[in-house]
Design a protein around this ligand. Structure first.
Ligand SMILES: C[S@@+](CC[C@H](N)C(=O)[O-])C[C@H]1O[C@@H](n2cnc3c(N)ncnc32)[C@H](O)[C@@H]1O
Length: 501
């Protein structure tokens, strides 16, 4: 096949995806007793990389890495290659090609990422994807393969069926999406099922590319975990763990004395049962070669070998004396309840140094310091903290990592942003990502400000420029207000690791 028309017509929003960061993958693997290669000098392959919005920032972050992206949509691959050329980045290539016909000379990779691909391609390409993982993974390498799960998708099957039947498959993708929106309006009136109503409401505001590729495209196979594990087996691959956030993890009882393989068998059965119990809809599976060590269910004791980062805030006055449940929120709006006082102190400590990470030992010390500084009555209960940290790591309120990252810079008198962020801000269709691989929600003024941070303009000149630009857009704010907004935005860039010098 030469290209994929649907993705040429309706390119996928190509975003940085935090769970695909090799430092996070390596940390998750370690929780499962699996030692992955050093992500900072790894070879990284992304299959179905769209325009490279996920891969290019990884190459930028780690100059000693070598990154290759493969993308079948000619339009997306060309946009990615052009971006790399403009950035002058030597350690990443975005290649137009079919993952089912990879070049012979690609070699081995320590990390292979395939997000949003496996469920959405025909069976022969699914096989080719797993084949590519087996052929191109280094001995301790890890692949990240996300897929839709049958347990959560079964209740939504009528919605996909109705949207496919009631829209015209011959229309170009954008026109078919518009037709689908009209069908959603009709279904919102016709159907009463609460779960379907909730999904209809979500789809009415979702991006057209999501609507198209999940609900209208020809392929969207939702798979049982057990069936997926069996497919891995047939390709001499094995499940290592889950890279995405989870509400619960498997804890095996009576597992003493089992061989690693015996334990893995029991664990995989429990994972399938968990999907049924929770109605799991999506999995981000980490996979290794079957001849590598056999991974185990995650264990809280292994947290001690990791580092952590978090960007959480709370509207509440944090009570470090009592185990009252309090809510922390991350920038994506996800909410995390924390009761253990030492964990609240740890969250505060991590958020203070974000985007830098703290090792486990440094986190305990920092939590103690926060508690002492706030005059908390009790001491730090290390076991209670370990339990609470494990739960928060599993839910991705606190992210595990093996890469410490750098401390945030400060805006300075003449702020300068790094070249990747400035180019992302300049080009329409590119999302600006923070140093921890989070997509930033910037409006036009924020993008304009970031794009002109070349270190030559004073903060005052930048604010004057923002003032004029907002006025042209019909927003006539007092200059003092724009000064404050500009300063606030610059500090946000600094916190996200976008500023240099
Ligand atoms: C749903 S998008 C996901 C894009 C990106 N991985 C992400 O998560 O943002 C699936 C991508 O896989 C690409 N794709 C589909 N079949 C492919 C194939 N056989 N070889 C290479 N890329 C393919 C599509 O063009 C599309 O860009």
């Amino acid at each position: 096949m030469d290209t994929l028309a649907s993705y040429d017509e309706l390119p996928y929003d190509s975003l940085p995806l935090p769970e695909t960061q090799p430092d996070v993958i390596a940390a998750v693997a370690r929780l499962h007793g699996f030692d992955a290669p050093d992500p900072t000098r790894a070879r990284i392959l992304e299959l179905g990389c769209a325009q490279g919005g996920n891969l290019i920032p990884l190459a930028w972050r780690w100059p000693a890495c070598e990154c290759v992206g493969i993308e079948l949509s000619r339009v997306q691959a060309a946009a990615g290659a052009e971006f790399v050329t403009r950035l002058g980045l030597p350690n990443v290539r975005i290649l137009h090609g079919d993952l089912a016909a990879l070049p012979d000379d690609l070699g081995e990779f320590d990390y292979i990422i395939a997000h949003g691909v496996y469920s959405w391609v025909p069976p022969a390409v699914q096989q080719a994807l797993l084949d590519a993982c087996r052929r191109h993974l280094s001995p301790q390498g890890l692949a990240y393969v996300s897929f839709n799960v049958a347990a959560g998708w079964a209740p939504l099957a009528p919605l996909r069926a109705a949207l496919r039947v009631r829209t015209d498959a011959a229309l170009p993708a954008p026109a078919r999406c518009r037709q689908a929106l009209r069908v959603l309006d009709e279904l919102a009136v016709e159907w009463t099922d609460a779960a379907l109503q909730k999904e209809i409401a979500y789809l009415r505001s979702a991006s057209p590319s999501y609507l198209f590729h999940e609900y209208l495209a020809e392929f969207n196979e939702a798979i049982d975990f057990a069936a997926f594990a069996a497919r891995l087996d047939r390709h001499a691959l094995r499940y290592v763990g889950e890279a995405g956030p989870r509400r619960a993890v498997v804890e095996l009882e009576d597992a003493w004395g089992l061989s690693p393989e015996g334990m893995a068998g029991r664990w995989h059965e429990a994972e399938a049962a968990l999907d049924e119990a929770l109605g799991t809809r999506f999995r981000r599976a980490l996979i290794a070669r079957a001849d590598a060590e056999c991974a185990q269910p995650p264990q809280a004791e292994r947290l001690a070998s990791l580092a952590f980062y978090a960007d959480l805030t709370s509207d509440e006055e944090i009570d470090l004396d009592a185990p009252t449940e309090q809510t922390f929120v991350n920038p994506a709006g996800n909410r995390f309840a924390v009761a253990e006082p030492a964990m609240k102190a740890a969250v505060m400590a991590l958020s203070m140094v974000y985007p830098r990470a703290l090792t486990h030992g440094a986190l305990l010390d920092a939590a103690r310091d926060v508690m002492a500084g706030c005059g908390a009555a009790g001491g730090l209960d290390a076991m209670a903290l370990q339990d609470a940290l494990f739960r928060l790591v599993v839910a991705h309120g606190v992210m595990p990592t093996v890469w410490m990252g750098a401390a945030a810079g400060e805006p300075g008198e003449r702020p300068a942003a790094h070249a990747l962020a400035r180019l992302q801000a300049t080009l329409p269709g590119w999302v600006v990502g923070g140093t921890r691989h989070v997509a930033l929600d910037l409006d036009a003024a924020g993008r304009e400000l970031l794009a002109c941070l070349d270190g030559t303009h004073t903060q005052d000149a930048l604010s004057a420029r923002m003032h004029a630009s907002l006025r042209r857009a019909g927003l006539d704010l007092p200059r003092a207000h724009v000064d404050a907004l500009t300063a606030q935005q610059l500090w946000q860039f600094a916190r996200q690791g976008l500023l240099i010098g």
